[in-house]
Ligand binder design. Structure first.
Ligand SMILES: C[S@@+](CC[C@H](N)C(=O)[O-])C[C@H]1O[C@@H](n2cnc3c(N)ncnc32)[C@H](O)[C@@H]1O
Length: 353
């Protein structure tokens, strides 16, 4: 990104905290409108050809790319930072605000309950969580169901340590195994009644291959439940180069925006049983809470980031996190939450149903 272009200068000022939030929001809205115009170019045939080309390219890709960058950008940031900005369950994904739910704490619970219900999870099951973050869903399930067992996987050692510590406090360690593994070379030793994954598949490039592997990890009557953020019709990778790709450079290197139908287009041994859309306004409210928490506890957030960064970089990092949360709120809130939103999917092994 050239700091001498108007956009580059604007971003520089925003990261330093010099621009008012309203100006940053206006800039983000302009970029979102440009993104929609670019993705909508041509006829429906052209758009479909581009999606098919992306799928063909993905099928030739490794399962994931640039994992080290994603780890540096989010997942190996000290867990103390996420304890400051997230809700009490440390859910680093969309929460859910049905009528009557007003706080982030309650909205985290509401989304965890909704995901559990849609995944048809019951007590006694063996559950594998891929991309477990700081344990929001795994620990929720272990607390709620007294005979359920969980294997939680992520590629971040700090996440594993944070989950293990919390599991000891909750007295659920004996039913939990936490593994630090890259999903691209993970091979479980057991079969599972449920495989669940919440906002990890946006870091995956070759979904067809991963879904195919997961099919082999499920019991014959098992189910895969997936939660991703998505656009209602367009799928695109986050590029890490170019003027308007701040997100791809600093927060989503190697990541992608799936379309709502993206996973459904890649069914082989797993068949889509049901899908649901959760309006983007829920994610917009979640991101607004994360920003409010960051602003309310700025000193604690700076101290947490300072555990991993030299002092002169902490202010800039805080500025970037602020822009990231503002961008998430604007993206998912765009047009009332009807463009970018969350997709829930339940897949069953082919032939089982
Ligand atoms: C956005 S976070 C979501 C965390 C958690 N599911 C939640 O809802 O709070 C994405 C998670 O996927 C993990 N992840 C991303 N790429 C991965 C990979 N290649 N292998 C294993 N885990 C990965 C990250 O470490 C993180 O735990």
């Amino acid at each position: 990104m050239s700091a001498s272009s108007p956009l580059g200068r604007g971003i520089e000022l925003a990261e330093r905290g010099v621009l008012p939030d309203l100006a940053v929001r206006v800039g983000i809205r302009r970029l979102l409108a440009e993104r929609l115009r670019a993705e909508a170019r041509g006829s429906p045939d052209d758009q479909e050809e581009r999606k098919q080309a992306l799928l063909a390219d993905a099928a030739r890709s490794p399962i994931a790319v640039a994992q080290a960058a994603a780890n540096a950008q989010h997942y190996e940031v000290p867990p103390e930072f996420f304890r400051v900005v997230l809700g009490p369950r440390l859910k680093y994904s969309a929460a859910y605000f049905p009528p009557g739910v007003r706080t982030l704490a309650d909205a985290e619970e509401a989304m965890l309950a909704l995901s559990t219900e849609r995944a048809l999870i019951q007590d006694g099951m063996r559950v594998l969580e891929l991309g477990c973050g700081w344990g929001s869903l795994s620990l929720y399930l272990l607390e709620r169901f007294r005979s359920l067992r969980v294997t939680a996987v992520s590629n971040s050692a700090p996440q594993r340590l944070a989950i293990e510590q919390r599991a000891r406090q909750l007295g659920v360690s004996d039913r939990l195994e936490v593994l630090t593994r890259d999903v691209t070379d993970f091979e479980p030793q057991a079969r599972f009644d449920r495989v669940v994954s919440v906002e990890m598949l946006e870091h995956v490039r070759n979904h067809a291959e991963l879904l195919q592997r997961i099919a082999g990890w499920l019991a014959s009557d098992g189910r895969l439940f997936v939660h991703v953020f998505c656009h209602r019709s367009f799928a695109y990778p986050f590029e890490s180069e170019g003027e308007d790709n701040w997100m791809g450079q600093h927060f989503f290197t190697g990541g992608m925006m799936p379309s709502f139908d993206y996973l459904a287009l890649q069914q082989r041994d797993l068949v889509l049983e049901r899908r649901w859309a959760v309006g983007g306004e829920h994610y917009a409210r979640t991101a607004r809470w994360w920003l409010a928490n960051l602003d309310a506890k700025r000193v604690a957030a700076a101290r947490a980031l300072g555990l991993a960064l030299p002092p002169r970089e902490v202010e800039r990092a805080l500025g970037r996190w602020r822009i990231f949360f503002l961008a998430c709120e604007e993206l998912f809130g765009h047009r009332g939450g009807s463009e970018w939103h969350v997709g829930h999917y339940r897949f069953a092994p082919r032939g089982e149903r």
